[in-house]
Design a protein around this ligand. Sequence first.
Ligand code: HEM
Length: 306
Amino acid sequence: MKSDSNITNKLKTKYESIDQDLEVHLEGLLHSKPISYWDYIQTDVLLNLQKPRTDFPDEMVFIMYHQISELLFKMILSEISQVAENNFEVAEFTEKVMRISRYFDVLTSSFSIMKDGMNIEQYNQFRTTLTPASGFQSAQYRMVEFASTELINLIDKRFRDKVPKDICCNSAFEQLYWQAAGKDYKTGKKTYTLSAFEKRYKTEFISFSKHYENKNLWSKYKLLPKASRENKALIKAMRHYDYTVNVKWVMAHYNTANHYLNIGGKTAEATGGSEWVKYMHPKYQKRIFFPDLWTAEEIKNWGINI
Ligand code: HEM
């Protein structure tokens, strides 16, 4: 246990270094309220963030599960940024990828809350009030992708071989795979859902992707020494993350869309207006964050038979 005088001396040094009077700060301690759980966790704010647009009770499930997903995306981004900003050795790198994976494991296994947790009739009524909004407009989901891999791996599969491998930022933007969900490729016309998303986030996305150009997870992995890159635990963790995001989560999402929007073989239009059946299935897009960690056969069968 440290002595009182030791702590007092450290406090003195701390406040002197910023030209502050320790006595005043100590007096502040005397008057300040003790911290409580509800103040620290901000429960009042958190529990007031649900604003349904209808009286259907299941709309609350829909809102809250999206909010939970966004919080987990934020946790993922925080871990990735630590890998980006440090030069971790193999053990720490692996540990971080495992943390990121665990968050996505939770997102994937909990998707049944969406798929099985709402009444189909209620969903199909309250969702009409949400057009033209779509989960497609989740900025953090896009940021997770920008922070996970090089932009070439996020380019629409149809153009991937035709663009330079080191394509970045502004020039990559129009060819990102998700443009397909909001663009008529013959006319180039964008849906309102996509235009509004870009108006709100495009500038941020370009600077974010520039920031991660050489320090996304994939680039950071490639910068590791050869022995680390060949570390079995790290490769396993990287493959697990890639597969969880780009096959398992995507399939859980696709199966949920099918459950609610494909009734009796009739496909309903999604709120974001995409050709979702084709757009959402992983076998068409073959989104893969870490392509060199998969065999040609595995890539060929990506998203098939799952
Ligand atoms: C009943 C539940 C859900 C249904 C029916 C559904 C349906 C869809 C559909 C059809 C799309 C394609 C774009 C469009 O036309 O709107 C989409 C995109 C998207 N949704 Fe959902 N979604 C559901 C829940 C969620 C949840 C809980 C999240 C979590 C944040 C989410 C995140 C996303 C993302 C990130 C995209 C873009 C994915 C991509 O570009 O591949 N969705 N969703």
